[in-house]
Design a binder for this molecule. Structure first.
Ligand code: HEC
Length: 100
C-alpha cells in the first residue's frame, strides 16, 4: 500500500468510528428526556417504572401503544408523540441495554 492509500484508509476508519459514536450519544440525548421520571440510566425512584434491562420489543410496543392512544396513560401519550417510530425503537433498545 502506498503511503497515501494507508492514510486514506485510516481516515475512512476514523470517520466510521465517529459516526457510530454520534449515533450512541444521540440516543442518550433522547433518553435523557426520560430520566426525570424513569431515572438516570433507566433506574427509577420509588413510584415510577424502571426501564433498565426491560425487554426491548415489549418496551417498544408499549411506547407505540402510547403514541397511538391504544394504551391508557396520563403523560406518555404526549411524550411519545414527540418521537418518530424509529427513535422510539432506538430509545427502547438503549434502556433495554442498561443494567438493572
Ligand atoms: C414526566 C414524567 C415522565 C417522563 C419524562 C417519561 N415518562 Fe414514561 N411513564 C411515566 C408515567 C407516569 C407512566 C405510566 C403511564 C402514564 O400514566 O402515562 C410511564 C410509563 C412508561 C412506560 C411503560 C412502563 C411499563 O412497563 O408499564 C414506558 C416504557 C415509558 N414510560 C418509557 C418512557 C420513555 C422511553 C421516556 C422518554 C422518551 C419516558 N417514558 C418519559 C412518566 C414519564
Amino acid at each position: 500500500m502506498t503511503k497515501k492509500l494507508k492514510w486514506l484508509a485510516a481516515a475512512a476508519l476514523c470517520t466510521a468510528a465517529m459516526g457510530a459514536q454520534a449515533e450512541v450519544s444521540q440516543v442518550r440525548i433522547w433518553a435523557a428526556a426520560c430520566a426525570t421520571c424513569h431515572g438516570t440510566g433507566g433506574q427509577a425512584q420509588e413510584g415510577n417504572e424502571s426501564l433498565a434491562g426491560k425487554d426491548k420489543d415489549e418496551m417498544f410496543q408499549k411506547l407505540m401503544d402510547y403514541k397511538s392512544g391504544r394504551k391508557p396513560a396520563t403523560l406518555m401519550h404526549q411524550l411519545t408523540a414527540g418521537y418518530t417510530d424509529d427513535q422510539l425503537r432506538q430509545i427502547a433498545a438503549y434502556f433495554a441495554g442498561q443494567k438493572k
